[in-house]
Structures are given as structure tokens and as C-alpha cells.
Design a protein around this ligand. Structure first.
Ligand SMILES: NC(=O)c1ccc[n+]([C@@H]2O[C@H](COP(=O)([O-])OP(=O)(O)OC[C@H]3O[C@@H](n4cnc5c(N)ncnc54)[C@H](OP(=O)(O)O)[C@@H]3O)[C@@H](O)[C@H]2O)c1
Length: 321
């Protein structure tokens, strides 16, 4: 494989922004395909990056955008359904269409983002739809050079997991925690992005599905406790049983901003932990959460003052350390 130009969908998101920066630094030409140019404007200044505004439902637009590309990376994903944005459409039908388009255009390399514990028998629609997406993409395994990644929860500057708990700890006197004993193996966004970059041109990764997890396993309660320790705040944690966890999520679904849904609670019924260590051919030694989280929760990076300005301007948070 000799890859020079890569189209990336979902490139303006949390993982995408980190990956695009790494691909840019590695000298690849990167086409970020975004539904709103505005959401990718933090990437425009990168010298090897071109942002293309395109609705992913528009196959002609995608065909045009994919012209001259040697690889396609799909990171598009949602945690909650809303309107036409269903798990079926985003996690199953979209990757199927993208893989078929790659085949039609003769683009061999396709890298797809799934999620740890994706399975047809998973308890949540999120995980079931991720499994359906993997299966749809894998149907073209003989025709395309496909690699699929399944990370546990991903942390890093701008994440929506650790930061969510940090905000709850800052503003609530007591934390009522759904599924407190659910287990996670959090992995740093830079390690996830590095695994993608290292896999891109490595034939040993073709046809493989890789789990990605960090060096430590935490219960949700332990993670929230860690966030409190970093912030120097002590709050009582009330662990909710399964029935109350679902009731809390139901109440949250009624709020204008969805922090958590019942489907998210169902996802936590299976522990998000890897069955093996990160495969050696990915060349990633995962970084511990303790090394990274204090830096962004306490804003010890001198450039972090700009994050507040970016957030206020509706721009993505700068991800590089
Ligand atoms: N973060 C985690 O802990 C985690 C763990 C396991 C797996 N994953 C998977 O990793 C991938 C990236 O996650 P992330 O954390 O970077 O999420 P994110 O920040 O929400 O980014 C998702 C990206 O997908 C795009 N997108 C969503 N729906 C779309 C649609 N209907 N049409 C076009 N674009 C759409 C978003 O575009 P806009 O910018 O326009 O909204 C954004 O660029 C997802 O597939 C996710 O399921 C994430």
C-alpha cells in the first residue's frame, strides 16, 4: 500500500480532530468531509488539510470528494438518536454505503471506527448498530483492505466523558450515579489516533478488528472519584440500582440537551473492557489516565486559556498537548 491522500468522515469531531492533526503532521494529504464547514474550521489552517462541505447522504457529493483519494476513514458516530439521525442510518447504512462507494471508485483502503463490545446480542441499540456496521463493511473484505477499530471510552482534552463528570462534580452537591459498577478501560485520544495512523499503511492490519483500551480498568464510581480527586472536590456518590439508573436516564431524555439515555445505560450492562492487550503491530503503548486528565481538567497547559474563548465562539477545543 502506498497511501498519500485520505478522505475522512467525522474528522471534525473529538477523535477526528486529533487524527487529522496527526495525519497532517505525518505528511498525508487529508480531505475532511464535514456536513458544516464551520464545524471543521479549526482544521483549515493545517497545511495538508482541505475541508470539504458535503452532506453524507449525497452520494454524488461524496464521489466527488473521494476523487484522488487512496484511503477513506469513517469516524461518523452518534450516542443518541434524533430525528432522521438514527443508529441504523449512521452506524449501519452509512458505513455500508461508504465501503460500496470505495469499491466502485477503486479506493482499496478503508478504516472504520466501531466500539468495544459491539455485538448483535448487545443490550443497546448503539452497540447492536455498531455490530451491524462492522458486518456490512466486512462483506467487502475480499475487495477492500479493511481495518476496524473498537475502542473503549476515549479520554482527552475536549472529551465528553471525563468532562461531563467534571462538570457534574463542579456544580452538584451530590452525584447520583447510574451503573456505578460498570467497568471501562479508558484510552487516550492520542493513542487511538496513533493506532489509526500506524495501521494506515501497514498490510498486517488488513482484514483485522482491533480492540483498543488503556492500561487501567476502572469502575464508573472509581472514575468519578478520580475526577473529584483531581479537582480537589469531595461529593457523596449515590450509586443507583438498575431500575433507578433507567428512571434517571428517562428523565434526562426529556431534557433539551441529552446527557444520557436509557440506551446509554443499556450499553453499560456489558463491561467496556478488552479481551486482549493492544496488538503489537499497532505500535501503541497506551498512556495512563492519571498522566493526562489532570492537565486538561485543571487547565495547566498555558494554551488552555484559549479553550474558553474557542468554546464561547462555538469552535472545537484544540486537542494537541
Ligand atoms: N468518544 C468515545 O469515547 C468513543 C468510544 C468508542 C467509539 N467511539 C466512536 O468513535 C467515533 C468518533 O467519536 P467522537 O468521540 O469523535 O464523536 P464526536 O466528537 O461526536 O464526532 C462525531 C463526528 O461524526 C459526525 N457526524 C455525526 N452524525 C453525522 C451525520 N449524520 N452526518 C455527518 N456527520 C455526522 C460529527 O459531525 P459534526 O461535527 O458535523 O457534528 C462529528 O464530526 C464515533 O464513531 C464513535 O461512535 C467513540
Amino acid at each position: 500500500m502506498t497511501i498519500k491522500t485520505i478522505a475522512i468522515l467525522g474528522g471534525a469531531g473529538f477523535v477526528g480532530s486529533c487524527l487529522v492533526a496527526k495525519l497532517n503532521d505525518a505528511g498525508y494529504q487529508v480531505k475532511v468531509i464535514a456536513r458544516r464547514r464551520e464545524s471543521a474550521k479549526h482544521l483549515i489552517l493545517l497545511p495538508n488539510v482541505q475541508v470539504i462541505e458535503c452532506n453524507i447522504a449525497n452520494t454524488y457529493g461524496l464521489k466527488d470528494a473521494f476523487k484522488g483519494c487512496d484511503a477513506v476513514i469513517n469516524l461518523v458516530g452518534i450516542l443518541h438518536e434524533s430525528g432522521k439521525q438514527t443508529f441504523e442510518a449512521v452506524h449501519h447504512q452509512l458505513p455500508r454505503r461508504l465501503a460500496q462507494l470505495c469499491e466502485a471508485l477503486g479506493i482499496k483502503r478503508f478504516i472504520h471506527m466501531s466500539a468495544l463490545q459491539a455485538s448483535n446480542n448487545a443490550p443497546s441499540q448503539y452497540l447492536q448498530s455498531k455490530a451491524a456496521g462492522e458486518a456490512a463493511v466486512s462483506e467487502l473484505n475480499k475487495k477492500l483492505d479493511i481495518t476496524i477499530f473498537r475502542p473503549s471510552v476515549i479520554f482527552g482534552r475536549g472529551d465528553s466523558f471525563i468532562n461531563l463528570f467534571a462538570n457534574l462534580v463542579k456544580f452538584l452537591p451530590v452525584i447520583a450515579l447510574a451503573k456505578p459498577d460498570a467497568k471501562f478501560q479508558p484510552i487516550w485520544v492520542e493513542d487511538v489516533a496513533q493506532a489509526f495512523v500506524n495501521a494506515l499503511d501497514n498490510t498486517a492490519t488488513v482484514g483485522k478488528i482491533y480492540e483498543l483500551g488503556g492500561p487501567q480498568i476502572f469502575t464508573l464510581r472509581a472514575l468519578v472519584q478520580k475526577v473529584m480527586t483531581v479537582l480537589g472536590k469531595e461529593r457523596p456518590i449515590i450509586g443507583l440500582n438498575d431500575r433507578l439508573s433507567m428512571a434517571q436516564a428517562f428523565m434526562m431524555e426529556l431534557m433539551p440537551i441529552k446527557l444520557m439515555t436509557r440506551d446509554n445505560v443499556r450499553s453499560m450492562q456489558v463491561d467496556s473492557i478488552c479481551s486482549t492487550a493492544i496488538a503489537p503491530e499497532l505500535g501503541v503503548e497506551p498512556t495512563a489516565l492519571d498522566v493526562v486528565v489532570p492537565e486538561y481538567l485543571l487547565n495547566t497547559d498555558p494554551r488552555s486559556a484559549y479553550d474558553g474563548f474557542r468554546a464561547a465562539a462555538g469552535r472545537a477545543i484544540h486537542l494537541k498537548r
